[in-house]
Write a protein that binds this ligand. Sequence first.
Ligand code: SF4
Ligand code: SF4
Length: 340
Amino acid sequence: MTELFRTKLVAVDSRFTTFTSLKTLQVNLGDLCNLSCAHCHHNASPRGVRIMGRDVMNRIVAFLKHNPGLTLDITGGCPEMNLCFRYFVEATAGLAVRRIVRSNLAIALEAGMEWLPDFYREQELVVMASLPCYEADNVERQRGDGVFNRSIEVLRRLNKQGYGRDRELHLVHNPGNGSVAGSRDVLEKHYRTELQQQFGISFNSLHCMNNTPIGRFRDHLERKGTYQHYIEHLAEKFNPEAAEQIMCRTLISVGWDGGLYNCDFNLAAGLPLQRPDGSTVTIDSIAEVTRSGSAIRMAEHCFSCTAGQGSGCGGTALRCDTTIVTAQHSEQSVGACLQQ
Ligand code: SF4
Ligand code: SF4
């Protein structure tokens, strides 16, 4: 299927299998998370052990100092749980044109983490918050009991900080069944209406992601015997327009140990950027993989980036939203988020 993916991309434009220029540095602070969603593609949980330390952070800071004009995209796991999160954010202030933090929202209600909304604002971070649906049941089926109400409470606090008005607050949706994500425009309208009417919450925009079959999500598909079915479904939904938007042409992802990847999905799948001798390229040698025309390491999970409307996320995809899918669920799911 990987070759089929390449063939389909090349048929649209042969340049789509190669890197163009670096616009976004995505940094994964590790696989520690306050949640442990049964389908997380990073297998993140409170037991995460692959956690970025200050030494790697300092190497990233050094790189950013010498390479102004990039977007910095901070992700995890739950990036805020890295004990050096505050240090890293403060150390990168002024070193990127835009700094994004990908948050599961619920973290800001954990004991000792209530400072986060203030800190986001002080640091002028863009918040990209995962909220798989505007309906509690759909969110909690994916993320666990109580997560929806906690997410809503944190969104309220962010709104009080000006997020959704003079500070950017974007929400991220992923479908709750075996389908590709629905129409962004339609879903955004639903999210906006429901969140405003029910909770008085506002946000800037909605990003829609397809579920990427890696990690626990892949394990789940395999247990149910639907992995191949899902990949084929994604392949059938290949959209040439979405192919133009794949983020790996302008983004490099840095793993917890400083190793480089074409994207956070490849990181989760254990597909680092390597030299011919098999050694991994790191943040210290990033120039080796950011030349125009550098090959992108692709796999069959790439079909999730080009299915339907693609996984457009402002050029930066989220790692955080995958959900359980079975052939049965895809037939029977109900709820507006699932029906799009
Ligand atoms: S999964 Fe990664 S490498 Fe594959 S198309 Fe998507 S962004 Fe590119
Ligand atoms: S899906 Fe996101 S919130 Fe859930 S365990 Fe993974 S990183 Fe954490």
